[in-house]
Design a protein around this ligand. Sequence first.
Ligand code: SF4
Length: 222
Amino acid sequence: MDDTTFRISEIFRSIQGEGPSAGSPAHFVRLQGCGVGCHWCDTKYSWDAGGGRAMAASEIWNEARALGDAPLLVVTGGEPLEHPGLAALLGLALERCARVEVETSGIAPPPLCHARLFYNVSPKLPAATPAWERSWRASAAWVDEPNATFKIVVGDPPDADDALRLIAAHRLPAARVMLMPEGLTDPAVRSHAQALAGLCLEHGFRMSPRLHIWMWGAKRGV
Ligand code: SF4
């Protein structure tokens, strides 16, 4: 399976900026290709499935580890679930890494379950993309995956109302929901976060930071 190739957008080592492991040093492997089309996407360079470079799984891990140590590997995109070989790739990652996280919009059920494999699932709100419903279709399977955290990006109205409605309709457990303020600048993230604080307090959701925006702004490879 090491011979299976994947289109890779970028490999780098940085600080996990979002979700339950925010603040942890991490290797990032960004897979190329995404058809979800969020208008606020900060990695539009990863959308073209034919972009990036072809790499075998073994080459991917070797390149990541050559960057130095980290306790966490983040497989992100693009949309990792659009890669049919993802389960095998994650299996190989688990042989090499203490903790693996996958950033996904949740368009398909979990490809692999493992005690050290975690999913940051970001189903989309209607204002984000015309394809938003696609990211909720497998929500029941993600609710059944205890290592899945739902990280929902919330911006201007009506996002907050839509988030509450969809969280309830899909029975997402509040303790596993994180609301993440939308924005590509620190003032925009802060403004949305202040608007979301009350919802977190009222419903028992967590707030996800966007540390990479706070530290570096909308910059690639950090
Ligand atoms: S699913 Fe992720 S990579 Fe794809 S468009 Fe949305 S934010 Fe960007």
